[in-house]
Design a protein around this ligand. Structure first.
Ligand code: TXA
Ligand code: MG
Length: 349
């Protein structure tokens, strides 16, 4: 299949530029597009055949449900069985934005979209291209991250091209995304709302609006045998080709350990990449050293994490050593993704 790639400027574009993408979506085809979190791979959520194509293109297990993207909260009346009061409060506070809410689904949503579940995950993105695409097409767009299953999520069109060129109808290049980590997912179908995936909207932000929430035990005990409530969270994920090891502890000790181990690896002929920060980048003596962002600014770390993992792939790095980050606020989402990418391989420095 020939994949058409178009460039669209998210700050000034005309709806006509999206005409062909809209046509493809209405016909049951696949279009990758930017959102504020990561690039998504979109198809008509109510068309089971279209949803199936997403699984095929990504190589995604069929029990892993898709998030439906909407442009107006009125769509909830069509897609959900009921809208709990806490959901209303969350919507008023965080939509449009990087929060996905899990509802009981209506009969209109095919099981092929929800991986056989009787619940449905829904999000109303803020990014202008995605918003226009959903609104103007009139299609509820099912969209997972637009990467090959298991690889780091795409934060630029290049990442989508690397994974899906030739497998989908169109890629809309809207430039780098703003946030860089996937949306927070919260399930409001249980008595106490439960966070299933940490993201840019943090637990504290949510609790300030609806009071106490739970966090899925599988997130807290990452790497244990606890089964996550979001089916997709159980899969190996975000993994670059090189093996990642996270070093925890006092930063000076971490730097010393990484320096020692990198030297050894290089002596054995192994190509090593180091994930440093703006504050520490000059402390490393060996290896390919890259900054993931500033320790003073978690947003900068979130934004470049997946791109950096892919950069190390392009450089054919075999072994990646990384510093760790404080597990609070947005740091919880950052460490969640990093730990998964590392297959939970941590060393205490
Ligand atoms: O930021 C995002 O959410 C991006 C952009 C494109 O919107 N999308 C995204 O989709 O990250 P994906 O498919 O890569 O991750 C969706 C996650 C999976 O872990 C899936 O298991 C979970 O959401 N999920 C979807 N529907 C669910 C449901 N009904 N109940 C529980 N978890 C669900
Ligand atoms: Mg994904």
């Amino acid at each position: 299949m020939n994949t058409k790639i178009i460039k669209v400027d998210k700050d000034k574009f005309k709806v006509e530029e999206l005409e062909e993408a809209i046509h493809i979506l209405r016909k049951g085809g696949l279009v990758a597009f930017p959102t504020e979190t990561v690039y998504g791979l979109g198809a008509d959520a109510l068309n089971e055949e279209a949803a199936k194509k997403i699984y095929a293109a990504k190589g995604r297990p069929s029990d892993n449900p898709l998030i439906i993207h909407i442009a107006d909260k009125k769509a909830l009346e069509v897609l959900t069985w009921e809208i709990p009061k806490v959901a209303e409060q969350l919507i008023d506070a965080f939509w449009p934005g990087p929060l996905t809410i899990v509802f009981k689904k209506s009969d209109k949503v095919p099981l092929g979209t929800t991986g056989g579940l009787n619940t449905v995950a829904i999000r109303l993105p803020e990014e202008p291209i995605s918003h226009a695409l959903i609104k103007e097409s009139g299609v509820y767009i099912a969209a997972p991250s637009a990467n090959t299953s298991g690889r780091p999520s795409p934060t630029r069109a290049k990442h989508v091209i690397d994974d899906l060129d030739g497998k989908i109808d169109m890629i809309i290049d809207g430039g780098p995304v703003g946030i860089g980590l996937e949306s927070t997912i919260i399930d409001v179908t249980s008595n106490i709302p439960t966070i299933l995936r940490p993201g840019f909207i943090t637990k504290d932000m949510i609790e300030a609006v609806i009071g106490e929430v739970e966090v899925d035990q599988a997130i807290l005990d990452l790497g244990s045998d606890v089964k996550p409530k979001a089916p997709g969270m159980k899969y190996k994920h975000y993994a670059p080709k090189g093996d990642i090891t996270i070093f925890e502890g006092n930063l000076e000790d971490v730097i010393m350990q990484i320096n020692q181990r990198t030297k050894q690896k290089i002596e054995n002929g192994i190509k090593v990449g180091i994930i440093a920060t703006d504050e520490t980048i000059y402390s490393y003596d060996y290896g390919i050293v890259k900054s993931i962002g500033s320790r003073q600014d978690n947003n900068s770390i979130a934004r470049s994490m997946f791109a950096l993992l892919r950069e190390f792939d392009d450089l054919e790095v075999e072994c990646i050593y990384t510093e760790s980050f404080r597990d609070a606020g947005l740091g919880q989402a950052i460490m969640n993704r990093l730990l998964k990418a590392a297959g939970h391989h941590i060393i205490n420095a």
